[in-house]
Design a binder for this molecule. Sequence first.
Ligand SMILES: [Ca+2]
Length: 156
Amino acid sequence: MRGLQEELDKSQLQLLQNAFDAFDHEKKGVISTDMIGTILEMLGHELDEDTLKEIITEVDVNGTGELQFSDFCALAAKFLQEEEDDEAMLKELREAFRLYDKEGNGYITTDVLKEIFKELDNTITAEDLDTMIDEIDSDGSGTVDFDEFLEVMTGE
Ligand SMILES: [Ca+2]
C-alpha cells in the first residue's frame, strides 16, 4: 500500500488524513467501511451502491468492515487518479480544438466542423451534418466555441 500513498501528493494526503480523522471518532486508526460512501461524497465522488460495494470489497480484503488509513488511501487514489485523467483529456481536447482553430479566434466555424465530420465519416449525408451542427451550435451563432466543442467530444 505504501506505493499508492507515495503516488498521492502532500496536499491530497493531508486532505485524506483530515477526512479519515473526522470519521475515526475513537482514534482507533480505522474507520468503518460504512463511512466510505459519505467520505467519497464529501470529496466530490458520488457513487451508486453497487459500485461502492465493489470498491469496498476490493480494499477491505479481509472483510473486517474496517479500513486502515493505508487502505483508505489506496481506495481514494483510484478516484484522485481518475481526476487527473480527466484533466489530461481536457488538455488533449483543448489542443485538438486549437489545431482546428487555426487563427486562434476561440471558435471553429460550423463549416470547418462539417469538414472535420466528413473526414471522420465519409458516408455522412449533408442532412445528417446539418442536424448535427444544429445540435452542436446550440446558440445558433454559426460558430462552435470550446464549450460547445467539449460537449460534442465528451457527450456531456
Ligand atoms: Ca455557438
